[in-house]
Design a binder for this molecule. Structure first.
Ligand SMILES: [Fe+2]
Ligand SMILES: [Fe+2]
Length: 270
């Protein structure tokens, strides 16, 4: 199975790039399942329902969120009825939406998509390790599900690596989001789980993690309220990863994907 995962969609430039490129990427890379993190799609803060619909219509099977899940309030009733939009699983009990979704492909294979959020340099959350363990108690890779994919949304690479090793062999892939910077540590771990600490964002990299430079710099140099942050609006680089899994659900390979904009291009082979 071939899985495409795209990192945090940032503002209009990120949305436009992903919506226009996704159908072609699905076709050219022979993708079976596509997942997009869209926590920053709405002007950098959250996701509106019409934006989610556009990303689904372009070919996403599931959309993940993150610490910006609730920045657009309209997403709260929407997530209650759109099960293919998920938020981190380790929010407190009673939080709207789900942290996991089961997708059934046309050929009957089942794929489980999960999202967990880290706790280092992030909001206080329930334990992401225990939350995933609970789900994996009833989802078995290669038995109940042909693939299991985890979006780990966090700041610290140490926490992301520890998480991936903790579930090595139990899931097909642990892919990091949130820092908006692609890392070069993509690998298949010894137990068969594909890992990349951060797949990067889909946004303008002539920026400070997707935001316009001047107000972002001012945050570091002044200790006074300043201009609101706004997304940089130059051409986006689409950043993500493609994972290929075998019959047992474990990863055979992981390749980074970078398309357009300022970062050096990288297109996985089929
Ligand atoms: Fe983000
Ligand atoms: Fe985030």
């Amino acid at each position: 199975m071939r899985i495409l995962f795209l990192g945090d969609v940032m503002g209009r430039t990120g949305r436009d790039a992903v919506v226009s490129a996704l159908p072609g990427l699905r076709r050219d890379l022979k993708i079976d399942v596509a997942v997009v993190n869209a926590e920053n799609a709405s002007h950098g803060f959250g996701l509106a329902p019409d934006m989610a619909e556009a990303i689904f219509a372009a070919g996403a099977d599931a959309i993940t969120l993150g610490n910006h899940s609730w920045d657009r309030k309209e997403i709260i009733p929407y997530i209650a009825q759109q099960k293919r939009l998920i938020r981190p699983i380790n929010y407190p009990p009673g939080t709207p939406g789900e942290g996991a979704v089961d997708i059934t492909l046309a050929d009957g294979r089942r794929v489980l998509i999960l999202q967990a959020m880290g706790r280092l340099f992030m909001d206080a959350m329930d334990c992401p390790f225990r939350a995933i363990e609970t789900i994996l108690a009833r989802a078995r890779l290669g038995v109940t599900h042909a693939a299991i994919l985890v979006d780990f949304h966090g700041e610290a690479t140490s926490e992301k690596m520890a998480f991936a090793h903790a579930f090595d062999g139990a899931v097909s892939a642990v892919l990091g989001t949130h820092t908006h910077c692609p890392t070069a540590d993509h690998q298949v771990l010894p137990g068969g789980t594909a890992f990349m600490a951060d797949v990067g964002m889909c946004g303008d990299y002539d920026s400070v993690i997707g935001m316009g430079k001047a107000p972002a710099i001012a945050r570091f140099t002044r200790k006074m309220p300043g201009e609101r942050l706004h997304p940089a609006d130059g051409e986006a680089t689409i950043c993500g990863a493609v994972i290929e899994t075998g019959a047992d659900g474990k990863a055979l390979r992981i390749d980074p994907l970078r398309l357009g904009g300022r970062l050096s291009p990288m297109m996985p082979s089929v």
